[in-house]
Design a protein around this ligand. Sequence first.
Ligand code: TGC
Length: 390
Amino acid sequence: MTDPADALAAVFDTAALLAPEERAWQQRARDFAAERIRPTIDEDFERARFAAELVPELGAAGFLGMHLAGYGCAGAGPVSYGLVCLELEAVDSAWRTFVSVQGSLAMSAIRKYGSEEQKAALLPDLAAGRRIGCFALTEPQGGSDPGTMRTVARRDGDDWVLTGSKRWIGLASVADVAVVWAATDDGVRGFVVPTATPGFQAVPIRGKLSMRASIQCDVHLDEVRVPADALLPGARGLSGPFGCLNEARFGIVWGVLGAARACIEAALGHATGRVVFGEPIAARQLVQAKLADMLVEYEKGVLLAMHLGRLKERGALPPVQISVGKLNNVRTAIAIAGTARSLLGGDGVTDRFPVMRHLANLESVRTYEGTDEVHQLVIGRALTGISAFS
Ligand code: TGC
C-alpha cells in the first residue's frame, strides 16, 4: 500500500512551488511535530493538558515570532511561517494556536507598536520561549465587535490603572506578559502588563470539547496598576489590534490546511486497507469521488494560501484578501474533516484516527480571529462599498 502522504504529494507537488529555505522550514516543523507533539497529543487532548515543556523547544527551533525581524526573531518569510503553521496544525490546532498567539499576536504587537525598550526587554525572551505572551482583546459582551470595549485604562499620576474583563484569551493563565487593549480618553490603546501584577487574574475556561490541548481563559482586570512605560506608544485606535489579527489570520489560512491534509491522509490510508463487500472501499466509485473532491479542495486552499503569501512578501496583501483566505480555508478544512470522518465508519469517531479531534478543533478556528460571518461581511463591504455589520 502506498503511503498516503506520498500519494498526496504525487498528485500535488507543493515542493515545486517553494524555495529551498521554505522547504527547510517546513521539514523542520514536520519533524518537530512528529517527534515532539504527535506522541502525546491524543492523551493531551483527552486530559486537556497543555504541554508547557514544549514551549522552549519551539523557541529553540526558531518558530516563535519567526516572521519578525531582529530581537532574536528568525526573520523568515511569510510562506515559511505559513508552512510551519501548516505542519504544526497537521498534528493539532493547539500548537499552531500557541505559535499564533505568541508570535503573531503578543510579539507582533510589541514589534509593531512597542518602544525600543519594550522590544529589547521582551522580544528575545518571547522568541526563545523563556517567557509566554498573550493578547487580551476579546470581551464577554461580543467578540466580533471590539468597538464595544468596556475595559478601561485611566491615568493616575504617572501610572495607568486597568479595569475590565476579557474572554477567550489564549494562554493567559500560563503567560508571563499580556498585551491588553483598553479604552482610554485617547481611544483604544495597548498595554504590556506583567501577569503577576496585582489585580490580574486569568481563569481557564472549562468544558471545552475543542482545542483541549490548549488553554483559553477569562481574564479579570481589577484596578491593575502599570507604569507609564507599559503603554505601547505606536498603536492608537482599533487599527492597532486589527493589525495583529491580520498576522494571526494569515497563519490560520495556512494552518488549517495541515489539519485538512491529516484528515485526507487518514481517510486515504483507511480506504485502501479496509475491505467491505469483498473489496477495499477505495475501489468504490463513491469513495474515490469523495477522495478526489477532498484533494481538489485542499489543493485550491494551498494555492490560495501560496498566493496570499507571495502578496505578503511584497507588502501587497490587503486585509480583505486575508478574509477571503481565512473564510475559504477554514470552511474547506471543516468540510474535508467531515467527509474524511464519513469514510472512516464507526471508528472515525474514536482516537484511532486524528480526524474527530481535528473536526472539533476546527470549529474553534472557525470562530476565533473573525467568524465566517465577519469575514463574509468584510468581503461584502469591499464588493459593495456598504458596511452591513449592524
Ligand atoms: P472599525 O471599528 O470601523 O475600524 C476600526 C479601525 O480599524 C481599522 N481596521 C483595520 N486595520 C487593519 N487591519 C484590519 N483588518 C482592519 N479592520 C479594520 C479601520 O480602518 C479603522 O481604522 P481607523 O484608523 O479609521 O480608526 O471596524 P471595521 O468596521 O473596519 O471592522 C468591523 C469588523 C467586524 C470587521 C471588526 O470589528 C472585526 O474584525 N471583528 C472581528 C474581531 C475578531 O476577529 N476578534 C477575535 C480576536 S481573537 C482574540 O481576541 C483572542 S486572542 C486569540 C487567542 O488568545 O487565542
